[in-house]
Design a protein around this ligand. Structure first.
Ligand SMILES: Nc1nc2c(ncn2[C@@H]2O[C@H](COP(=O)(O)OP(=O)(O)OP(=O)(O)O)[C@@H](O)[C@H]2O)c(=O)[nH]1
Ligand SMILES: [Mg+2]
Length: 464
């Protein structure tokens, strides 16, 4: 529980008003359950049990029993977040006040909610489907505007709607294939091969389009780790400082300056990024530096992107072949730093030779003059932000559970397609279609096991 301007205690369930009545004295006469729903009222919040005198107009309650003065709202079910009767107590946001109000609620008959229990009840009471319930958590945890937009769209049901449409198509095919099996003796067909192929290929394509957004969806939600690596003195810490525009890391001309891992967060183009400065890699007998190097290797292994810095001063064209294994590829950008010290023609030759050697584009920068830094930033963001919200009806898959369900649905559909193409039995086709509809149903939670629900809602905080 953290301090804040106000703190809200929520009570949900059929006894909500009874319990709240035991600890709330409205400033104006009346009782909670007779208040118009969804209206705010000034009240004293009292430590339970409720004193006899509390309802008597004009009588005073012992001052020490009043925990706080706040606003009370009663939301009659089903028009509430959980679809149950809900009472909210809007108190001052101090931790002691909120702890005492919670204790008073418990003494009056409530119990503490489990993590995510309010959202779970909303789901169980049919207010939200499972993907919308998950979007509640994403909305709270969104680290950038982009992630928030995706979460809000999912909360409004855009993903569910899209999945439901595909599921309806599959259910209809499944029903017609099964009808064909039932009437197989009479040689009646309810769906042609051609219809099956057309519809299934269309569903296949749409699922594939959704899956194509999964990688970008994941990084937008969780952000990425960009690790600055390379030999000592190449300018890793200088680059960190330039990128965050702050003197965060110590920079000196002594090789081996950075020992610990230094992390800083930035948001570029809506993408949450953790920049990680590390110790330069080299052979050393210094035990502190050795530990720094061990941590540096660990950080590189966990990074989504490595910026492998190369010092332009050290790297003359003739030494390109000695480039210390920059492991170019998907996960590494080779960054040529300190280009300010080179004449522009030398820089060009060096970059070209480097690009030829590693078979990848290199990024030439100077942390001293700032040259190339903006280009480097946009290369990093565009490497990860390959989707636009306008394409694909704004449906972005940002959740591993959804991705796995879509993968399962796609496998079943591909199996169905190949069995149709090979003239397989209708019974087997029906099984594949059934598997595909089940997998899509998992996303919205049409049938979901308790284990899955528990895992999902345990990630929530208490009170949400
Ligand atoms: N001319 C020039 N010098 C630079 C540039 N970037 C960094 N330097 C210098 O290079 C030296 C090393 O910089 P650092 O940022 O400490 O290098 P590092 O890679 O973090 O070094 P370690 O922490 O020892 O691994 C310092 O003297 C910096 O001023 C640049 O773009 N141009
Ligand atoms: Mg350093």
């Amino acid at each position: 529980m953290a301090e804040g301007g106000i703190g809200i205690i929520r009570i949900s369930g059929q006894d909500a008003t009874d319990i709240a009545s035991r600890i709330v004295r409205l400033r104006r006469n009346g009782t909670l359950s007779t208040l118009p729903t969804h209206t705010l009222h000034l009240a004293d919040i009292i430590s339970a049990p409720y004193p006899e005198s509390a309802d008597t107009p004009g009588s005073s309650i012992a001052q020490e029993r009043i925990i706080d003065e706040g606003l009370v709202v009663y939301m009659k079910g089903p028009h509430s977040f959980t679809a149950e009767d809900v009472v909210e107590l809007h108190c001052h946001g101090g931790t002691t006040i909120l702890r005492r109000v919670c204790e008073s609620c418990i003494a009056a008959g409530a119990r503490l909610a489990q993590p995510g229990e309010f959202t779970k009840r909303a789901f169980l009471n049919g207010r939200l489907d499972l993907s919308q319930a998950e979007a509640v958590l994403d909305t709270i945890k969104a680290k950038s505007d982009f992630a928030l937009t995706i979460a809000q769209r999912q909360l409004r049901g855009e993903l569910s709607h899209h999945v439901e449409e595909l599921r309806t198509t599959l259910l209809s095919l499944q029903a017609r294939v099964e009808a064909g099996i039932d009437f197989s003796d009479e040689d009646i067909s309810f769906v042609t091969h051609r219809e099956l192929l057309t519809d299934l290929r269309d569903v296949d394509r749409q699922i594939q389009t959704m899956l194509d957004t999964a990688e970008a969806g994941r990084v937008l939600r969780d952000g990425i780790r960009v690790v600055l690596a390379g030999s000592p003195n190449v300018g890793k810490s200088s680059l960190l400082n330039s990128l965050i525009r702050d003197n965060r890391a110590i920079v000196t001309d002594v090789p081996g300056t950075t020992r610990d891992i230094i992390e800083e967060s930035v948001i570029w183009n809506g993408l949450p990024i953790t920049l990680v400065d590390t110790a330069g890699l080299r052979e050393t007998t210094d035990v502190v530096e050795q530990e720094g190097i061990r941590r540096s290797k660990e950080a590189q292994a966990q990074g989504d992107l490595i910026l492998h810095l190369v010092d332009a001063v050290d790297f003359q064209e003739s030494k390109v072949a000695e480039l210390p294994s920059p492991v170019p590829g998907q996960k590494t950008f080779v960054v040529l730093n300190k280009i300010d010290v080179l004449a522009s023609c030398t820089m060009q030759n060096l970059s070209t030779a480097l690009e030829k050697q590693i078979g990848h584009r290199i990024h030439a920068i100077s942390t001293k003059t700032g040259e190339g830094l903006e280009e480097l930033k946009s290369a990093i963001t565009s490497r990860f932000l390959s989707i636009s919200l306008e394409s694909n009806d704004g449906v972005v898959i940002n959740n591993v559970r959804h991705r796995m369900a879509l993968d399962r649905a796609l496998t079943a559909i591909r199996q169905a397609l190949s069995s149709i193409e090979q003239g397989g039995q209708a019974e087997l086709l029906a099984v594949d279609l059934h598997d595909a509809t089940d997998a899509l149903g998992d996303i919205i939670g049409s049938i979901t096991s308790d284990d899955v629900l528990e895992r999902i809602f345990s990630e929530f905080c208490i009170g949400k």
